[in-house]
Design a protein around this ligand. Structure first.
Ligand SMILES: C[S@@+](CC[C@H](N)C(=O)[O-])C[C@H]1O[C@@H](n2cnc3c(N)ncnc32)[C@H](O)[C@@H]1O
Length: 192
């Protein structure tokens, strides 16, 4: 089940909305990370730069065969062997990854009001303790050039509340001007 019809514009236009380097810096996506999972990788605009940074693998999941093919094509073009692009419906079937097996989950432009817990709970399950989930989304503002309809958009505080209800802690909120917000939370299980 698709989160929603993504209504993604052409890649050239989509890319213009994101300063990937700045987003990674703010969201703590760096070379200390081993394995990372990209839920709904789309064109792979975050997958490919992440694969160049992390020590281990990047699992890029998408329900659309053409998005998976495009992400695989880019991985080949960039000679990256650590991208595992997987055709999968994570709403119906989860990620298929082991419990507590990954270091960072990105939920970028994917979390909406329709069954968000499903994604957050799956992210929580696969993350190792003390590891993080990063959420970015369009601001709650009808003038953004793209983004889900307002009735489906989550305000930052709603995203935080949902993530906390799914078990995450220590929310950090960032303003990713001009159109997005970012939130990073930790799976703090209390075990150190
Ligand atoms: C708005 S796009 C965001 C893409 C990417 N995260 C980005 O920010 O550039 C959402 C993506 O999630 C994928 N998607 C939607 N529902 C899905 C599901 N149930 N399982 C896997 N992928 C899904 C869509 O095919 C689309 O590529």
């Amino acid at each position: 089940m698709k989160v929603r019809e993504s209504g993604m514009p052409q890649e050239k236009m989509w890319r213009k909305f994101f300063d990937v380097e700045r987003i990674f810096k703010v969201m703590g996506i760096d070379k200390k990370i081993e394995n990372l999972v990209d839920f709904g990788c789309g064109y792979g605009i975050f997958t490919i730069p992440a694969a160049k940074i992390v020590k281990g693998k990047v699992y890029a999941l998408d329900i659309e065969p053409k998005m998976i093919k495009e992400t695989q094509r880019k991985a080949r073009e960039h000679k990256l062997k650590n991208v595992k692009a997987i055709l999968r419906d994570f709403m119906s079937d989860g990620t298929g990854l082991e419990d507590e097996s990954v270091d960072y989950v990105i939920l970028f432009n994917i979390l909406i009001k329709d069954r968000p817990n499903k994604l957050l709970e799956e992210a929580y399950r696969i993350l190792k303790p003390e590891r993080r989930v990063g959420i970015i989304h369009w601001n709650y503002d009808p003038t953004t050039p793209r983004g889900p309809p307002m009735e489906l958009r989550l305000k930052p505080e709603q995203s935080i509340e949902l993530a906390v209800n799914s078990g995450f802690n220590h929310p950090m909120k960032y303003d990713l001007k001009p159109y997005h917000y970012g939130i990073v939370l930790t799976k703090d299980t209390g075990e150190k």
